[in-house]
Design a protein around this ligand. Structure first.
Ligand SMILES: Nc1ncnc2c1ncn2[C@@H]1O[C@H](COP(=O)(O)OP(=O)(O)OP(=O)(O)O)[C@@H](O)[C@H]1O
Length: 453
């Protein structure tokens, strides 16, 4: 877990002592003036700083405090600074926020409430730190394949080794996992890279047209064949032929394909000339080919010919945080396409990305991010922008709530649990919460909470 490091800046030693008690599970450092505050920031890089704006030599105005704030943020821009002001000093607080303070809190200090604000600031700091970590961890993409997952990285290394050879590769994986991307990588990294890469989707073309698509036809071969047409196999001469969805190829064509693979010559439909063709064959399917063989729908001899090496591409849901890595990559890409500034993922979007099962894999993610980049408001991309349900509960702060709403909610929860613990005894509840009895009464009224009778 990340160290929860907190710096308390106040010129009153009694306040510092009191506050230290409230943050027992934190690594706490203290400072009483600008110079020592800055020294501590540089030495410990605290996640959160609470800063009393009234610092010496002029504790009665906010000049030194605001200067300290500016210098802290210049030295450690990621730090969340919560400024603490006197009751009548709202204008100072507003100045501080304008300078980049995360939040403000008005005296008198109530350790419990300040604790909630500090916790929340830490959550935001942690989330931003994680964002930065992911950003830095982003691998320079391998042939356009973005991943940080060990299994996928191992697959990329295998592709690098196999690409220079001519062995036939069978790419297995669910729809949208990137099979075509891997097929292109095999081509681009191999000696055939300057010759064509020709892809054909065997499932998308009706059976009666597929043969002439693959092998071509001579003029007059059938009604409508008004001129000679080269097939995909022939156009891939010297290059790579990518047969996508090979599992859906009809049996009649499987025989013809097998013959071509064995003899490396084709005959156009309606032609008699054998034409030698030199291509590398890469196939892909989302089907379970061994089950298709058992069902008599796929030829076993063809299976062994096309799959001298089979590579399994894992579904996106099994690739750890790749969904987040890819989402960021796609946001950058689509933001640039739409001339938008680079958008960030909100905390609820991160949670939703990690929970979603991604049955449509990277293609589904692409579609959702594309839509989100168009829909997102100024706040960054939310789960709703991606058409995903926001995770219920969780640790992440709810971004749709304002700070005031979040505080109210936290206060109401703390109040209810103190009342439950004290069995409705208001003095005991006040003690638990570290506030006075009158404060408890005003909290009960404010939150419309009834004491248990
Ligand atoms: N790891 C990845 N990094 C970046 N983009 C990816 C990645 N995987 C897939 N894509 C993109 O997702 C989309 C779908 O990938 P691709 O077409 O290669 O999948 P496929 O498995 O061949 O799908 P299908 O089986 O439906 O044909 C493409 O736009 C591709 O560029």
């Amino acid at each position: 877990m990340t160290a929860r490091t907190l710096l308390l800046v106040d010129d009153d030693p009694a306040i510092l002592r009191g506050l230290k008690w409230s943050f027992e599970d934190w690594e706490v450092h203290t400072a009483s003036d600008r110079e020592s505050a800055l020294r501590q920031v540089k030495a410990h890089r605290p996640a959160v700083v609470t800063l009393d704006l009234g610092l010496p030599p002029a504790p009665d105005d906010a000049v030194e405090g605001l200067r300290t704030l500016a210098e802290i943020l210049a030295a450690a821009p990621d730090t969340k600074v919560i400024v603490v002001t006197g009751n009548e000093e709202r204008a100072h607080a507003v100045r501080a926020i304008a300078l980049g303070a995360y939040d403000f809190y008005q005296k008198p200090i109530d350790g419990q409430v300040l604790g909630l604000i500090v916790d929340r600031a830490f959550n935001v700091w942690q989330l931003e730190a994680e964002n930065r970590r992911l950003q830095q961890a982003r691998e320079p993409s391998f042939q356009g394949i973005v991943t940080g997952d060990d299994g996928m990285l191992a697959l990329c290394r295998t592709v690098e080794k196999v690409a220079p050879t001519d062995i036939s590769v069978l790419l297995l994986g669910e729809s949208g996992t990137g099979k075509e991307l891997f097929a292109r990588a095999l081509h681009d990294l191999g000696p055939r890279r300057r010759a064509p890469f020709v892809a054909i989707n065997c499932a998308a073309i009706p059976e009666n047209l597929l043969e002439s698509e693959l092998f071509g036809h001579e003029r007059g071969a059938f009604t409508g064949a008004v001129r000679q047409v080269k097939g995909k196999i022939e156009t891939a001469q010297k290059g790579t032929l990518f047969l996508d969805e090979i599992g859906d190829m009809p049996m009649s064509l499987q025989v013809k394909l097998l013959r071509f693979i064995q003899e490396r010559v084709i005959e156009r439909v309606g032609g008699r000339e054998p034409i030698p063709v030199d291509v590398r064959i890469v196939c892909a399917t989302h089907q379970d080919l061994e089950a298709r063989i058992r069902d008599g729908a796929f030829r076993e001899d063809l299976f062994y010919r096309i799959g001298e090496m089979a590579l399994n591409i894992p579904p996106l849901r099994d690739r750890g945080d790749d969904c987040v890595l890819l989402a960021r990559h796609l946001i950058d890409k689509f933001s640039a396409d739409h001339g938008r500034r680079r958008l960030q993922l909100s905390p609820d979007a991160l949670g939703a990305l990690r929970r979603h099962p991604w049955m449509g894999n990277v293609r589904e993610l692409e579609n959702r991010i594309k839509r989100a980049v168009i829909l997102a408001g100024g706040q960054g991309i939310t789960a709703a922008d991606m058409g995903l349900a926001a995770p219920a509960g969780g640790d992440a702060p709810e971004p749709s709530a304002t700070l005031q709403q979040a505080r109210d909610e936290a206060e109401r929860k703390a109040l209810s649990s103190a009342l439950a613990l004290s069995a409705g005894n208001l003095s005991a509840a006040a003690k638990i919460l570290g506030v006075s009895r009158p404060t408890i009464y005003s909290l009960l009224k404010q939150h419309n909470v009834n004491t248990p009778s």
